[in-house]
Design a protein around this ligand. Structure first.
Ligand SMILES: Nc1ncnc2c1ncn2[C@@H]1O[C@H](COP(=O)(O)OP(=O)(O)OP(=O)(O)O)[C@@H](O)[C@H]1O
Ligand SMILES: [Mg+2]
Length: 350
């Protein structure tokens, strides 16, 4: 195949899905190179699952075009289905069967003979750290085990393209790491993974390119480096011993970090988004310098951390508003909504 786009696992143009009044997917263009993890990052209701379902031929697009390995999802759905596998946000294995029974059953449905199905099941259970739980009913699995058996089920036959819809939402850090290892292993065998997530750090760990979607539209797209350059390199979180020192700490942080400082509700806490400094210094150097300035000024810092921007901070940087759900634009439960811009004044700061 040498037609244009042949090296793309997914290519969409102006993809649309409408549910009643809601434009769940509102004109999405994507180009996902084969053999990579592509991250689709967005808050609740952004349209991630809807987009994935159209690409996996489970939902009919209402507009635009989508191709998977060059096959149109609408007119060549069978060809698409033969090459993809979907691990849903909600696990699809049978609760009453054991882990082993589930995988053997699915293997048989895929046309494997019983011994081959058993071998493959045992191999996957071992690879996913589930050998000991192989004989347990899935309804007694923990959330992390459940997610792993679901992914195992979706790669019984190694697909060319695996959709992972929020594979780690709600998992503890250890289980998240196990799922990440599985994703890396799948890609190292040549598959392409489209991963949706609400976590920037997950997209950062796994994906080579990321599309940020909000209200059914792509609001940023690029490599991790490009995305970070546009949203800032990290966030500095500081907790002071004394609340009365906060205004001075705010002033110093604003001066020494090329950053906007936010005052948290907690009267001893501050958060600053760190951009790339003019002199090319990264977040770590800038943060170290800022910490030094605080202590030189006699400000006692009880706790200090440097993290990646949260999803809310990414949205704030890209849209000047926090992440909101498309089905409820008035939702401001995540705080910081309003017209005050990123820097928020608290009442009695003097
Ligand atoms: N079958 C449906 N009928 C009506 N509305 C729907 C349907 N499926 C999704 N929606 C709406 O479409 C929008 C996008 O939903 P979708 O499930 O794609 O979001 P998401 O990004 O996967 O969110 P989450 O992170 O919560 O899983 C939401 O407003 C949702 O309420
Ligand atoms: Mg979803």
């Amino acid at each position: 195949m040498s037609e244009p786009g042949a090296d793309l696992a997914i290519e969409t143009s102006g993809l649309v899905k409408v549910f009643g009044e809601t434009r769940a997917v509102d004109g999405i263009d994507l180009a996902v190179p084969t053999g990579t993890v592509y991250g689709v990052l967005g808050p609740n209701g952004a349209g991630k699952t809807t987009a994935v379902k159209m690409l996996a031929t489970l939902l009919r697009p209402d507009g635009g075009e989508a191709r998977v390995f060059g096959h149109d999802v609408l007119h060549e759905a069978d060809a698409v289905r033969s090459r993809v596998s979907l691990t849903g946000q909600y696990a699809s294995v049978d609760e009453d069967l054991t882990g082993m029974e589930n995988l053997v059953l699915l293997g048989r449905l895929l046309g494997h003979r019983k011994p081959a199905a058993r071998d493959r099941a045992a191999q996957l259970l071992a690879a996913f750290g589930l050998s000991e739980a192989a004989g347990k009913q899935v309804k007694h699995y923990s959330g992390g085990m459940r997610r792993r058996i679901d992914i195992a089920a979706s790669i019984l036959n190694t697909p060319d393209l695996l959709f992972l819809d929020e594979p780690t939402t709600g998992l503890d850090p250890r289980s998240r790491n196990q799922v990440w290892d599985i994703v890396r292993a799948v890609v190292s065998q040549g598959a392409t993974v489209l991963l949706t997530t609400q976590y920037l750090d997950e997209a950062d760990q796994l994906a080579s390119r990321i599309a940020v979607i909000d209200r059914g539209q792509v609001i940023a797209e690029g490599t991790k480096g490009e995305l970070k350059a546009s949203v800032g390199a990290g966030s500095v979180h500081v907790r002071l011993r004394h609340a009365h020192q906060r205004p001075e700490a705010e002033r110093l942080l604003a001066q020494h970090l090329s950053a906007q400082v936010q005052l948290d509700h907690d009267p001893v806490a501050l958060t600053a988004r760190v951009g790339l400094a003019g002199n090319g210094d990264g977040a770590t150097e800038q943060a170290a310098r800022a910490l030094h300035e605080l202590s030189s000024a006699g400000i006692t810092v009880d706790n200090f951390s440097l993290g990646q921007p949260s999803l809310d901070e990414v949205f704030l940087a890209l849209t000047d508003r926090p992440a909101t759900r498309s089905d409820d634009p008035t939702d401001d439960a995540r705080g910081q909504a309003g017209s005050g811009g990123p820097t928020r004044e608290e009442g009695a700061a003097a």
